[in-house]
Design a protein around this ligand. Structure first.
Ligand code: HEM
Length: 504
């Protein structure tokens, strides 16, 4: 009887189900038994489907748990965390994956989730990415930052005056810093400040919308179709979730900025200073730019700057400020150093002068170390041939990464890694530690905004600790536990402080 059953039923829907089952069956066999990564240790479900990663991606300690489980299994300090993805735990892997001159490229499947495929962050083709970088990098060179330092200082002055005007109530310093960095990036890159600093309690709806948008990243990764559906669902989303509505408004606002500019390029001449569009909209064949970026590409780039350039600095300053205020000894040393170097409180102290202060520098480095920056993997595709990473032979085409926490929070590198100790950066061996500080990543895709970030960090830390008298309010270290959405979202209360103006 069995022999007489046909292999495929003839009716359409059943045939579809049969084909689907055959496809899934073949995928299972391929991924478990034939895939080039089949011999790497890791959960079977992780090897079978990307959804396993998407399910666990936001758990801050997920990768640590995976390595604790598979650390002793050969071939070494590596685990398979997706069908085509490996994650390393040995810090040596960092300099091999993110090496200067590396031919490894950004993993297109992973980075597509950010929905900025045509921005400097999202471009995965190395040639296009390099052209874009070469075109916009001059705006972020140290020289350019020094020239536009007043743009940054002016916004910090607004921050200080806004904080002082809200005396007698605790200030949400995370929102305050995020407003500062948003206004800095929108003034610096577009000469059109969003003026979020002057919004009541620093809670501008656009800022709240950007914060609410972060958690969608792993959904967009798991279900790529959402990237197409999201714009269609705008009216529904806007009605049901005010923060998502605000996020969609951020995207639309940037879209109209581009449209206005394309309609009237003369707007560029009216900008107060050089902005990112001066670079993007000027053909620069010497840098390999043979065409002006498309409207979509300009739009992606503008959204990229707003996200990449604001939350990162705000989270580092929030964590750093908390740790300084939480330790009387550290805050006393920092304030004393600032008072000595900057005796006239009504005067100004610029970036170059602040950079020379050793304790302030140590505080900033420690803030960057402990806050990590990007908290999720930044995967690269191995190629053009196979590579040895941390002593392990990895086939070409595999997606590889090692998260920053495996260096910054590694007790073999930084003793007592979860404690904020600026002094570690002042010890004789601190140059050695610099090799393991990778907040801005390394290699051809490292952070474009590093000089701007350093300048913001010096000016924000310098100004708030010199000009304000701050006391923590109902914030503890537990409030900085986070969920990982490439950038962290702290799960506790935001950093809050009672703040007065300092008079001397
Ligand atoms: C404390 C502050 C900052 C930290 C910790 C940080 C960290 C990083 C990291 C780790 C990357 C690599 C991402 C990856 O490989 O996927 C990156 C890339 C990038 N960052 Fe930053 N960043 C900061 C500030 C900024 C600022 C202020 C800007 C604004 C100009 C900026 C713009 C960018 C851009 C455009 C990229 C993409 C570069 C590429 O893929 O080639 N960042 N940043």
């Amino acid at each position: 009887m069995l022999n007489e059953l046909p292999l495929f039923a003839s009716s359409g829907p059943i045939l579809l189900v049969e084909l689907l089952l055959i496809y899934i069956g073949s995928l299972v066999v391929y991924r478990l038994l034939l895939h080039p990564l089949r011999n790497f240790p890791g959960d079977k479900l992780a090897a079978l489907t990307e959804w396993h990663w998407d399910y666990h991606a936001s758990e801050a300690d997920y990768l640590e748990r995976v390595h604790n489980k598979y650390g002793a299994v050969l071939p070494g300090p590596v685990a398979r965390i997706g069908p085509n993805s490996l994650h390393f735990s040995d810090p040596k892997a960092y300099s091999e994956i993110y090496a200067v001159g590396s031919k490894f490229t950004k993993d297109p499947d992973y980075y597509a989730a950010f929905d900025e495929a045509e921005s400097s962050f999202g471009l995965t083709d190395p040639v296009s990415a390099k052209v874009r970088r070469d075109v916009i990098s001059p705006l972020f060179s140290r020289r350019a930052i020094m020239k536009l330092e007043t743009v940054i200082q002016d916004n910090i002055d607004i921050l200080i005056s806004q904080i002082i005007s809200q005396k007698d109530r605790p200030i949400d310093l995370y929102y305050a810093f995020r407003s500062t960095t948003l206004d800095i990036i929108t003034s610096y890159c577009f000469a059109q400040s969003w003026s979020t600093l002057t919004y009541p309690f620093f809670q501008h709806p656009l800022l709240l919308g950007m914060e609410a948008a972060l958690p969608i990243v792993w959904y967009l990764h798991a279900f790529p179709v959402l990237r197409w559906l999201l714009p269609l669902m705008e009216p529904l989303v806007a009605r049901t979730n005010p923060n998502m509505k605000a996020f969609l408004q951020v995207r639309m606002r940037m879209e109209s900025q581009i449209d206005e500019l394309l309609k009237d390029p003369g707007l560029l001449d009216r900008a107060d200073h050089e902005i990112v569009y001066h670079h993007l909209l000027t053909l620069q064949p010497s840098k390999g730019q043979h065409q002006i970026p498309s409207r979509t590409s300009l739009w992606h780039e503008s959204i990229n700057f707003i996200f990449a350039g604001s939350d990162t600095v705000a989270k580092a300053t929030s964590m750093g400020t908390f740790h300084v205020l939480n330790n009387k000894r550290i805050s006393a040393i920092l304030i004393q150093e600032l008072q000595q170097a900057w005796p006239d409180i009504d005067g100004k102290m610029g970036y170059e002068a602040l950079e020379k202060l050793p304790y302030l520098t140590a505080v900033i480095k420690e803030s960057l170390r402990i806050s990590l920056g990007a908290v999720s993997p930044m995967p690269r595709i191995v190629g053009p041939s196979s590579a040895i990473i941390a002593g392990v032979n990895v086939p070409s085409g595999a997606s590889v990464s090692i998260c920053t926490s495996f260096l910054h929070h590694n007790e073999n590198i930084f003793h007592d890694p979860m404690t904020f100790i600026p002094e570690r950066w002042l010890e004789p061996n601190s140059r050695e530690l610099d090799n393991y500080m990778v907040s801005f990543s390394r290699g051809p895709r490292s952070c474009i905004g590093i000089n701007l970030a350093w300048c913001e960090l010096y000016l924000i830390f310098g100004n708030i600790f010199r000009r304000l008298d701050m006391q923590l309010y109902e914030t503890s270290v537990d409030d900085f536990r986070y969920k990982a959405y490439f950038q962290p979202i702290f799960t506790g209360r935001h950093l809050q402080a009672l703040i007065k103006e300092r008079n001397t």
